[in-house]
Write a protein that binds this ligand. Structure first.
Ligand SMILES: [Zn+2]
Length: 116
């Protein structure tokens, strides 16, 4: 992978990271669920809302961790290689998901392993 391409990916990831941090911050500090409950029905709604909110922020945190990992790899010049076998991921995989950690075949193996 050439330097310019890598630089472009790095910029994209950094942009996304900044955006994610804002989103997580908003989600987690956001509305104060459950503090103003005056009926049972409302309470249920609010705890559901809280659950949705917390799983959404968990997803965002996971994505943030993936991005941090990818950025670290760019710095260490190991970006674009499979964590399992060390093969190049290939431009296609990176285009699909710029934080991919495994090549196509290792990914498939990992997925098969999960289903057992
Ligand atoms: Zn691999």
């Amino acid at each position: 992978m050439n330097k310019e391409k890598l630089e472009a990916i790095k910029n994209e990831l950094e942009d996304e990271k900044a955006l994610l941090e804002v989103k997580i911050d908003t989600l987690e500090k956001g509305e104060d669920f459950g503090s103003d409950v005056d009926s049972l029905e409302e309470e249920t709604d609010e705890s559901e809302a809280w659950e949705n909110q917390s799983s959404a922020s968990q997803e965002l945190r996971q994505r943030l961790a993936d991005i941090d990992l990818a950025l670290g790899k760019i710095d260490k010049e190991t970006y674009g290689k499979c964590e399992e076998c060390g093969e190049d991921l290939g431009a296609e995989m990176i285009q699909i998901n710029s934080t991919s950690r495994l090549c196509r075949s290792c990914k498939r193996l990992a997925r098969e392993g999960e289903t057992i």
